[in-house]
Write a protein that binds this ligand. Structure first.
Ligand SMILES: Nc1ncnc2c1ncn2[C@@H]1O[C@H](COP(=O)(O)OP(=O)(O)O)[C@@H](O)[C@H]1O
Ligand SMILES: [Mg+2]
Length: 270
């Protein structure tokens, strides 16, 4: 039995009518995680449950070190929880899969490959790189993240923002149903960050994947998300799960936006 009890396909349409027929449901049920640190157990996730409907965008915010990346890695299948279960589209997550793309804070591009080769890595690994539709897909992704003039460039020749756009394209080329973003813009300057926030919003609206993003930037969470989940200090528990029922594109000076921002900062003790 490796399917979620009761099934996992609540809604099938994403915001803006984006097609989500391909699924993208995430269900984390009563997840407990702990590590060993200095020979002592370090509890990190304390009975965390989180369900995300296909095609939605959810941000996870919480104090530094509370366990956000730990949860994202579990959903990615990079680690296993000590208790509880994680399901993607009703199937238990038991390892990484191209249907769950991951983008980390540091772009993890391979330095000896060009932008085009890095973005084409997924199809290469899946053994389909020679198929015309896959080649087209790589081209489409390069254009979509606006790196057409840099396809033969190496990662060392890219700015931080360009490298992060290449990382996004590399994840999206696999047509993921779920995109996991771990502080993807955390190291970028304010201007680049703002541009990339719009890029992520645009890609998400066009592609209809489920987005789960860890961020420490409450405004970023509110600009992009349908929901913001707030965690306690470690060991992380969900202390609030707030719907963001504001029209898109979001405006930072909208009274509803500012009220939610204040609520979340209050929950974070800021
Ligand atoms: N593999 C690991 N081994 C030991 N401790 C870890 C490991 N991964 C994370 N931790 C610890 O777990 C806690 C939560 O980490 P993390 O999930 O990265 O926090 P966040 O992303 O919320 O800042 C931190 O105290 C971190 O040091
Ligand atoms: Mg983290």
């Amino acid at each position: 039995m490796n399917t979620i009890p009761g099934g996992a396909a609540p809604e099938s349409t994403g915001p803006g009518g984006a097609a989500t027929a391909g699924g993208g449901a995430v269900d984390a049920l009563n997840v407990v995680q702990a590590f060993v640190s200095h020979r002592r157990p370090l509890p990190v996730l304390d009975d965390v449950s989180l369900s995300v409907t296909p095609g939605r965008f959810v941000s996870l915010v919480g104090p530094s070190g509370c366990g956000k990346s730990t949860l994202l890695r579990l959903i990615a299948g990079l680690d296993r929880p000590i208790r509880g279960e994680i399901f993607a589209d009703g199937y238990r997550v038991d390892g990484p899969d191209p249907s769950r793309g991951v983008v980390f804070q540091d772009p993890t591009l391979l330095p000896w490959l060009t932008v085009e080769q890095n973005i084409g890595l997924g199809p290469q690994v899946r053994g389909v790189a020679d198929r015309p539709d896959e080649r087209e897909r790589v081209d489409e992704m390069i254009e979509m993240v606006d790196l057409g003039g840099f396809r033969r460039a190496y990662p060392s020749e890219l700015s931080g923002g360009m490298a992060q756009r290449a990382s996004l394209a590399r994840a999206l080329v696999n047509r993921p149903r779920i995109l996991l973003l771990d502080e993807p813009l955390g190291k970028l300057d304010a201007l680049t960050r703002s541009t990339l926030q719009h890029d992520i919003a645009r890609l998400w609206e066009a592609r209809g994947f489920t987005g789960i993003m860890v961020t420490h930037d409450v405004e970023e969470a509110l600009l992009l998300s349908d929901r913001v989940v707030v965690f306690s200090p470690r060991p992380a528990r969900v202390i609030a799960d707030l719907p963001v029922a504001l029209e898109r594109p979001r405006a930072r000076d909208d009274p509803g936006f500012r009220a939610l921002r204040r609520t979340i900062l209050g929950l974070l003790g800021q």
